[in-house]
Design a protein around this ligand. Structure first.
Ligand code: HEC
Length: 217
């Protein structure tokens, strides 16, 4: 063991020296970023419904893909911009049918290039991939917090009561564009990215907030 270690040391040193010499000839970080972006752009092409412009990052994506988290000012800007994208439901109808919501939450189907259309409504919410929701489903991910008893824990006894309005609006915003409240959220921006329709969001809203939903039993 000892002998092997001694043998490796000069080689390691040589590598370090080579790396240092190499560094002197490297382009500046901004130039490297440009080259990396160009290489990414050249590596993808449009195929079916998947367009290469998917790799273009908005502020929230680029600032949150860095090795450093965004500054407070940038994070505030990302959240303010995200809030500005939220489309409120037609006629103030926030709550659909929790039974439909459960199916959508269970459905992990996204859009692939072989789909004929990427119109919202063809995919699911994949909510269970990251959240515990109903007690009956024992297979769920834990990237996000448990949403079991979501409405009950927040005192929602009647979704039409004025006291329920703030939590209902918060939940809509969170599902429409998760970056509204967490600049570098890992949660898909369901409404903003066109992954779910208004109707689908209404149904998962019901799953979380309707006192009759098994989530709130
Ligand atoms: C890829 C993982 C992921 C998926 C899929 C996902 N979420 Fe989330 N969700 C999160 C994370 C992480 C948080 C914690 C806050 C944050 O970082 O945005 C969160 C937070 C939330 C919150 C706020 C909870 C609170 O207490 O304030 C709600 C509501 C929510 N998610 C609903 C949903 C619904 C409904 C779906 C499906 C349509 C869904 N999520 C799909 C990751 C996910």
């Amino acid at each position: 063991m000892q002998a092997k270690h001694k043998f490796l040391a000069p080689a390691t040193l040589a590598c370090a020296v080579a790396a240092l010499v190499g560094c002197a000839g490297l382009p500046a970080p901004a130039e490297l970023d440009k080259q990396a972006a160009a290489s990414m752009q050249a590596s993808f092409r449009d195929q079916g419904i998947a367009k290469a412009d998917r790799i273009k990052q908005d502020l929230g994506q680029s600032a949150c893909s860095s090795d450093k988290p965004p500054t407070d000012a940038v994070a505030e800007k990302i959240m303010a911009e995200a809030k500005g994208t939220v489309k409120w439901p037609a006629g103030g109808r926030y709550i659909g049918d929790w039974k439909e919501g459960e199916k959508i939450a269970q459905n992990g189907r996204g859009f692939t290039w072989t789909d004929s259309s990427n119109a919202p409504g063809a995919g699911g919410g994949s909510c269970y991939n990251c959240h515990q929701i109903g007690k009956a489903e024992i297979s769920f991910g834990n990237i996000g917090p448990s949403l079991y008893n979501y409405g009950k824990n927040r005192g929602v006894r009647d979704v039409t009561a004025p006291t329920a309005a703030p939590i209902i609006q918060y939940t809509w915003m969170k599902i429409w564009n998760s970056k509204s409240y967490s600049a570098c959220s890992n949660m898909p921006r369901f409404g903003h990215a066109g992954l779910m329709t208004e109707e689908q969001i209404r149904h998962v809203m019901a799953l979380l907030l309707d006192p009759n939903s098994p989530v709130n039993e």
